[in-house]
Design a protein around this ligand. Structure first.
Ligand SMILES: *Cc1c(COP(=O)(O)O)cnc(C)c1O
Length: 376
């Protein structure tokens, strides 16, 4: 099996597993039970991991809140800020191509009386910064724009967006799940106030994530989603997943090779040149080096995947109520339904090799050629 679905989840790095193992066995203490050595040991390990995550993004460890993953981090960022009694403004600006964890949360906020603006994107998946500036009003509390898109890899210019938000006095949240620990991020240089990330997208464990919450200039006020015990400075009650936290801390420190973009380009160029009639979705935008989203004209993405059982990729159609819906991300980029249905996402990870890319190319070329021939 060749695995090119790393934007969905990644295999655990063996160094991460090694670091976690003692906390799954002998070192099983509860990080909140500091009256004995097992609890102290767990608490120390959690604080080390907090420092590891914080230093990845130039944050203070006290600004890192452990969560169950990026879905929870996105929920905590949006609901937590909008529900804080300190803030009176009730408008959010986000983008049509955000992850469902942001969009569905915004829909819930709308039901609670919050006004949400969903910015459009161009054919390459980019937002217009003037459009963003125009969307910010005196009522705007928060702008939420992701860093790298999970379906297309399209990168939003978060440093420019952060600067704009700071200038206009609005808070800025970014879902950086696909770029965290893979591309350089600095919450101060980029003027980020809240940032979501997840362990299992960076060769760490599932079920753990973080929300960065700025403590000064400005201090971000956030209401907890979960109550009971007051863990994480009251922002997220519940016994910490110590093995997961330790694993995410180590995963955040492991270097991510820039060479991955070269492998992605090799895959993309080989498929485009050998097959013809292949569109690279988001081609004109700056993209994550891990991701390519291709539309193979005349081919149904889901059927293509069925023909390639030994290649794990993702068709961007999401299964909703038994109906195959074409991707809303590609839809927002103006792709017609046929092109959206013809799309497949390939996403690479730390352990992807050139040999795997070459086999994947042969597999896709053979399958697409066969499916196209069957139609003639
Ligand atoms: C995977 C992903 C999420 C959800 O993360 P979980 O940790 O699985 O909850 C949120 N946002 C983006 C951009 C993602 O890629």
């Amino acid at each position: 099996m060749i695995y090119l679905d790393h934007n969905a989840t990644t295999p655990l790095d063996p160094r991460v597993l090694d670091a976690m193992m003692p906390f799954l066995t002998d070192r099983f203490g509860n990080a909140a039970s500091r009256h004995h050595s097992l609890g102290c040991d767990a608490a120390t390990a959690v604080e080390t991991a907090r420092e590891q995550v914080a230093s990845t993004i130039g944050a203070d460890p006290r600004e890192i809140v452990w969560t169950s993953g990026a879905t929870e981090s996105d929920n905590l960022a949006l609901k937590g800020v909008l529900e804080s009694p300190v803030y009176k403004k009730r408008h959010v600006v986000t983008v049509a191509t955000e992850h469902r964890a942001v969009l569905d949360t915004c829909e819930v906020l709308e039901l609670r009386g919050v006004d949400v603006t969903y910015l459009p994107v161009d054919a390459a998946g980019r937002i217009d910064l003037d459009g963003l500036a125009a969307a910010i009003t005196g009522e705007t509390l928060l702008v939420s724009v992701m860093h790298g898109n999970n379906e297309t890899g399209v990168i939003h210019p978060i440093a420019q967006i952060g600067a704009l938000c700071r200038e206009r006095g609005v808070l800025f949240h970014t879902d950086a799940t696909q770029s965290f620990a893979k591309t350089p991020l600095d919450v101060n240089a980029m003027r980020i106030d809240l940032l979501s990330a997840s362990g299992h997208k960076i060769h760490g464990p599932k079920g753990v994530g973080v929300l960065y919450v700025r403590r000064r200039d400005p201090r971000v006020r956030c209401q907890p989603l979960l109550h009971g015990g007051g863990h994480e400075r009251g922002l997220r009650s519940g016994t910490l997943n110590v093995p997961g936290v330790v694993g995410m801390g180590v995963a955040a420190t492991l270097p991510f090779d820039d060479g991955i973009g070269t492998l992605r380009d090799r895959l993309e160029q080989a498929l485009v040149s050998r097959l013809g009639d292949v569109e690279v979705n988001g081609h004109d935008a700056t993209r994550l080096g891990t991701t390519t989203n291709l539309s193979f004209a005349g081919v149904d993405g889901a059927r293509l995947m069925k023909r390639m059982p030994d290649l794990a990729v993702s068709s961007s159609s999401a299964c909703t109520s038994a109906l195959l819906q074409p991707s809303y991300v590609l839809g927002a980029m103006g792709c017609d339904e046929a092109r959206a249905r013809a799309s497949v996402r390939f996403s690479l990870g730390r352990f992807t090799t050139e040999a795997e890319i070459d086999i994947a190319v042969d597999t896709v070329v053979e399958a697409v050629t066969a499916l196209r021939a069957a139609q003639d």
